[in-house]
Design a protein around this ligand. Structure first.
Ligand code: PLP
Length: 532
């Protein structure tokens, strides 16, 4: 081997060349900043055709600029999610405190599998989990948890604990032949399906309970379902409640769900299912739990204080969950992947525990500190803890309260404006959160009346189909005719979660995660609808 060339290679790619790195970081930062001036319509289109045909690898060793050039076309001009006109989905801009945390993490590149691989980053994970647990479970005594790569995986942990509780030993023996079900609501996230499928329970054994008009699981239907399942000798491993459904921000009443499950478990002498809470989106509302509405230190308006009062009542429900999923990369405006799975009682993690015999190369692992002994993952990134602690402390609790408060205000403003338009109907008027779901029908139609007839099942199949088509058609029409520099980009869902008489209800959708979205942008949405 040519030793000189080898030394050059090592020096270029494995030593800190600070000035070179800072220069390239500055260039990328400038490019990202310049991109902010673009409208969402100007993003560069994909070129999938040659992505597969030309997966080139350079022949000779280059330098850090080659690394930059290789990725730059896919970096520049391709993502406008920081733009305040983006309201499509539960994705907002990541905050800059999170950026500092995430970059620090990348520079150290810890692996959270065991504390030998991550040093103090593992301690940071414990701190981040405990901080989040205190917000959510409200000063709980013995919480524990881990960061995962997404809400789907965090939900998987909750379901897996339930499975082990209700059929001990499945980690070793599998579930063979037994009918085991999981339960969530009809407005629950599709990751519930993913989890049931991947756990071996089977998607057809995920029971979805209907919700009321506010997207909250119907307790009467839950009770009926548990009775039926237990009479059939079916095992119920878990109930996954949702705190903040993805489309309409429905909140399940976890206290009542727990009460109902406890009663039925006792009545049929079966093991209590795991009560897991999917708060991937909704956990962030917990920053409002302690807000003093009387002193009102942040001078919130009366309308917002009312919403906070309701939120504080709903947040109490979180304390009744055994375990919880939170996504810091959604309403938390953190970097991907920053999801956490948290149990209220550390003891519950024993259901996931393996021994060092199962994990040979962690033979010196200590079960009290080393997550690898119970996590699904082996290598595990630390972006989550770094993003969470940097964001929580950079922004501060009062900062978080302002950010969440503003999201609620913007959503409420849109709801109020839309409620005044006869051919529009706000579908999630009864939920308090950052998202709005609504119908737009052709002018001349009374959307409220049509909705009531749908709820009473008075519409024929043809009528339902026609209205669904009209709602979609008007959405597409706005998309074609809108001014990309002025009009917000909205989302569309084919079923927002409430399904009266089993009928899926489509909806237009806006999610207010971007703190730079303005009142004018909201008002312009309504104007653009009137112009259709
Ligand atoms: C987004 C979402 C999930 C899935 O989370 P990922 O981080 O995307 O895997 C689960 N539940 C709810 C309610 C969600 O909104």
């Amino acid at each position: 081997m040519d030793r000189t060339k080898y030394q050059e290679l090592v020096s270029t790619f494995f030593e800190w060349n600070q000035s070179e790195l800072v220069k390239i970081f500055a260039e990328l930062l400038s490019a990202a900043a310049a991109e902010n001036a673009l409208t969402p319509a100007q993003i560069m289109s994909q070129n999938y055709e040659t992505a597969r045909a030309n997966p080139e690898i350079h022949e000779l060793p280059g330098n850090l600029k080659d690394a930059r050039d290789a990725i730059f076309p896919y970096f520049w001009g391709t993502d406008s999610w920081n733009n305040p006109l983006h309201l499509e989905n539960v994705r907002g801009p990541a905050n800059q405190a999170s950026l500092i945390g995430a970059i620090a993490c990348l520079l150290k590149n810890p692996n959270l599998c065991t504390d030998r691989y991550s040093q103090r980053s593992n301690e940071l994970e414990v701190k981040a989990i405990t901080a989040l647990a205190n917000l959510i479970f409200y000063h709980t005594i013995d919480p524990w948890g881990v960061f995962t790569i997404g809400g789907t995986i965090s939900n998987l942990y909750g379901a897996k604990i339930g499975l082990e509780k209700c059929v001990p030993g499945t980690m070793k023996t599998g579930v063979y032949g037994r009918r085991i079900v999981g339960i969530c609501s009809q407005a629950g996230h599709y990751s519930n399906q993913t989890v049931a499928g991947w756990l071996g329970i089977g998607t057809s054994n995920l029971i979805e309970i209907p919700t009321d008009a506010n997207l909250s699981m119907r307790i009467d239907k839950l009770e009926e379902t548990l009775d039926r399942l237990y009479r059939e000798k079916t095992l119920v491993a878990y109930i996954c409640a949702t705190h903040g459904t993805t489309d309409g921000f429905g909140i399940d009443d976890i206290q009542s769900i727990r009460q109902c499950a406890e009663l039925k478990a006792k009545e049929y002498s079966v093991t209590m299912p795991q009560i897991h809470c999917d708060a991937a989106v909704g956990w962030t509302m917990a920053v409002l739990t302690d807000y003093d509405r009387t002193r009102n230190p942040l001078k919130f308006e009366p309308g917002l204080l009312k919403m906070i009062e309701k939120t504080q009542t709903q947040n109490v429900g979180l304390r009744y969950a055994d375990s919880i999923t939170i996504d810091f990369h959604k309403f938390g405006r953190g970097h991907y992947p920053s999801s956490a799975f948290i149990v209220n009682q550390k003891e519950d993690l024993k259901y996931l525990a393996r021994t060092v015999n199962d994990t040979p190369y962690f033979s010196d692992a200590d079960a009290s500190r080393d997550p690898a002994l119970f996590t699904l993952e082996c290598s595990r990134p630390a972006i989550g803890p770094y993003a969470v602690i940097a964001s929580l402390n950079g922004i501060g609790l009062a900062g978080w309260q302002m950010l969440v408060g503003r999201s609620l205000e913007l959503a409420e403003r849109l709801k109020e404006r839309l409620a005044k338009v006869e051919h529009c109907k706000v579908l999630n008027a009864g939920t308090t959160g950052p998202s709005v779901n609504w119908w737009v029908l052709p002018k001349g139609r009374n959307a409220q009346e049509i909705f009531e007839r749908l709820e009473r099942d008075e519409l024929t199949a043809e009528q339902r189909q026609r209205y669904v088509k009209e709602i979609r058609h008007l959405f597409d029409k706005r998309l074609k005719t809108m001014d990309a520099a002025l009009d917000a980009r909205l989302g569309f869902t084919t079923s927002f979660g409430y399904c009266p008489n089993g009928h899926d209800i489509p909806a237009w959708k806006a999610v207010f995660f971007n703190p730079r979205t303005t009142d004018e942008i909201v008002d312009r949405i309504v104007a653009s609808i009137e112009e259709l």
